[in-house]
Design a protein around this ligand. Structure first.
Ligand SMILES: [Zn+2]
Length: 645
């Protein structure tokens, strides 16, 4: 689509979507109702909702958490805006057990659940008539794809059960009956009743003090800014809190609190660095929740409360770029949000770019340059893994029709996206690029965005008719074509000069001295382990492990990099450490590649994978299990899984 028609379309969409008929000024206060886009590329193939006819604007949950039944249940009261004459609304539903849908006065409303799609779930169509508010009484299913129920044994404290959710991309429809599309922003509130003495936290400010009744306590939350529904998140457990700074703090199990607080010491500095780059932090507090080890991701940018894997706790702050990443999502992802999962790069590429800018502010240019170089290695690997330079899935704007959004969860979105933005920055200069980026977040705050909106915005506010610059940037090639355009701003070749020399020396037979290894930063160690040949003789792996203690390294990224080499070399002595690593944490980034590589090695690795996965599966979150079950390792049935160790 060309620039001028697009701007006209966006303006008319805003008009159509705002009930008052006014286009909001870029710096107007947060609207309680965010616009719905109508462009063809804003249609979400992963939701049944028809938001241009009738849409949810606010969700009010009143739920009780039942650890015995592994269900949350109660009511969801939805505020609805409908086009004149429209009498029905379509929600997304995955396995919800619905007992009633009524008006707030209690009048039953007819509703039907359509055919179930294994990826999307089913459309829930409600005849609401003229009602502007409806009440859904329901329970989540015990196998809800968003919720993981941990036994006391699976927690650090070993005394109480634990529940946490992971909504992104399309899992929240398994515990919240709403329109589960990132383009349909909703304000929300919740009352959550949990057994004493557990604490509930959510991705919104708490309202008032918890109310105790008998053996339970009720917590209340309210998010008054419209957010994409995948950003509604909950955790319930034996949780303690510690202040880190005036507006930052950490929640975790009491046994983890000291360690987590020490590792997160730089958070307040990071918030200040991010604000300097991208404008005011819009969400009030920035707190973090360090979860039990089965959390499937590194982090999840749930507003006001980032969820984090405990695997970043290295003891030396060497993996805290993860915090910079999740924090950066407070702008890219949470303020300006991909309207559909086809434009996931707008969330992740921008965030990965911003993460390194924050790291540069807080830890200096050398550390940032090294992370850019590692990122470009990861990008090149993602190109190779996704069909090479001509592979369809190496486009930034990808086609996910008929597929799960997680198929787009690759380093194309993260690292090709970041490389694209870095290339623009290099072409126009940092100052000018930063001014545009700040403007982008201000113009699109609390709004859905698409690749075509991005292109139109960059043309209007950065290129401004400069034909030579337009040609130099190769925008269309970056977003719509596979592979990496030739104008890529390359990573600094000198960023890892010492390590790269050590890689060459290792090839010639010399291993870095232990004191050199000890002096290296985590990024330098990772560069070494990912740059030496993938197929190492067993005796060389043994020598590396002897000298540096890699198979049982306390730093999870270093350990993972070594275990990857061990699997490729069929290095038996590392198998106990590999098994331990796959059983003590369930971060998808680590467990998926290792188990997949084992499973692909029919003779040596597959039996090991089957044996370990049988034990590990009950420990992993449903989103991790969903992928790994596809390997056909003889996954146990749910009943077996529950009784396995
Ligand atoms: Zn991210």
């Amino acid at each position: 689509m060309h620039f001028r028609t697009l701007i006209a379309t966006v303006a008319s969409l805003l008009l159509a979507a705002c009930q008052s008929g006014e286009v909001p000024a870029p710096n107007a206060p947060t609207p309680a109702v965010a616009p719905i886009l109508t462009g063809a590329d804003a249609a979400d193939v992963h939701s049944y909702a028809k938001p241009l006819e009738a849409r949810v604007t606010n969700v009010a949950l009143d739920l009780a958490v039942d650890f015995n039944a592994k269900r949350v249940g109660g009511t969801a009261t939805l505020d609805i805006q409908a086009k004149p004459g429209v009498k029905q609304i379509v929600l997304d539903d995955k396995g919800l057990e619905i007992t009633a849908i009524t008006t707030v006065e209690g009048k039953p409303l007819p509703h039907t659940v359509g055919a179930v799609d294994p990826i999307l779930g089913a459309p829930l169509t409600i005849q609401m008539g003229d009602a502007k508010k409806i009440v859904v009484t329901y329970k989540s299913a015990p196998d809800s794809g968003a919720l993981q129920w941990l036994t006391p044994q699976q927690t650090a404290g070993k005394k109480y059960p634990y529940l946490f959710s992971q909504g992104q991309a399309i899992e929240n429809r398994s515990w919240i009956p709403t329109q589960d599309s990132p383009g349909i922003r909703q304000t929300w509130e919740a009352k959550i009743t949990v057994p004493q003495p557990l604490t509930a936290v959510m991705s919104a400010p708490r309202v008032g003090e918890p109310q105790a009744t008998g053996r339970s306590r009720q917590f209340a939350f309210r998010m008054d800014k419209p957010v994409a529904p995948y950003l509604i998140a909950i955790a319930v457990g034996d949780l303690a809190f510690r202040e880190l700074g005036p507006r930052t703090g950490v929640w975790t199990e009491p046994a983890m609190l000291d360690k987590a607080a020490a590792e997160l010491d730089d958070t307040e500095k990071m918030v200040a660095a991010a604000e300097k780059l991208y404008g005011p932090y819009q969400w009030g507090r920035y707190d973090m929740l360090v979860l039990p080890p089965s959390f499937p991701f590194g982090g999840m940018e749930n507003p006001t409360l980032t969820f984090l894997t405990p695997t970043f706790l290295a003891g030396d702050k060497s993996l805290t770029s993860l915090i910079a990443h999740e924090l950066a999502h407070s702008w890219s992802g949470n303020l300006a949000t991909n309207a559909t999962w086809a434009d996931f790069w707008l969330n992740e590429g921008m965030t990965t770019y911003a993460e390194r800018r924050i790291v540069e502010e807080v830890y200096g240019p050398k550390v940032a340059a090294q992370q850019v170089a590692l990122g470009q290695d990861a990008m090149n690997k993602a190109i190779a893994d996704n069909g090479g330079a001509a592979g369809d899935d190496t486009r930034l704007h990808i086609d996910l029709k008929g597929r799960h959004p997680d198929d787009g969860l690759t380093d194309i979105a993260y690292e090709k996206g970041a490389a694209f933005l870095r290339t623009i920055e290099a072409a126009v200069g940092r100052e000018r690029f930063d001014e545009w980026l700040k403007g982008w977040f201000s113009r699109h705050k609390f709004a859905p965005v698409t690749t075509s909106i991005f292109l139109a915005d960059i043309r209007e506010h950065l290129i401004k008719g400069d034909a030579a610059l337009e040609k130099k940037l190769a925008l269309e090639e970056w977003v719509n074509e596979p592979g990496i355009p030739t104008n890529l701003a390359p990573a600094d070749r000198q960023a890892f000069a010492e390590v790269d020399a050590a890689v060459a020396a290792f090839k010639a037979g010399t291993q870095p001295a232990p004191e050199v290894w000890k002096r290296w930063t985590t990024d330098e160690k990772l560069r070494f382990l990912t740059r030496i040949d993938k197929q190492q003789p067993k005796e060389r792996l043994a020598a590396l492990d002897r000298a540096y203690g890699l198979a049982n390294a306390g730093n999870s990224e270093v350990r993972f990099a070594f275990l990857t080499l061990a699997v490729a070399a069929r290095y038996d002595p590392a198998v106990p450490a590999l098994e331990d690593f796959l059983l003590v944490q369930g971060r998808r980034k680590f467990v998926r590649p290792l188990i997949t590589a084992l499973a692909a090695d029919k003779q040596w690795g597959r039996p090991i994978a089957a044996r370990i996965y049988a034990k590990a599966r009950p420990l992993y979150h449903p989103v991790t299990v969903r992928d790994l079950d596809k390997l056909g390792l003889g996954a146990p049935t749910t009943d077996q899984a529950l009784t396995a160790k």
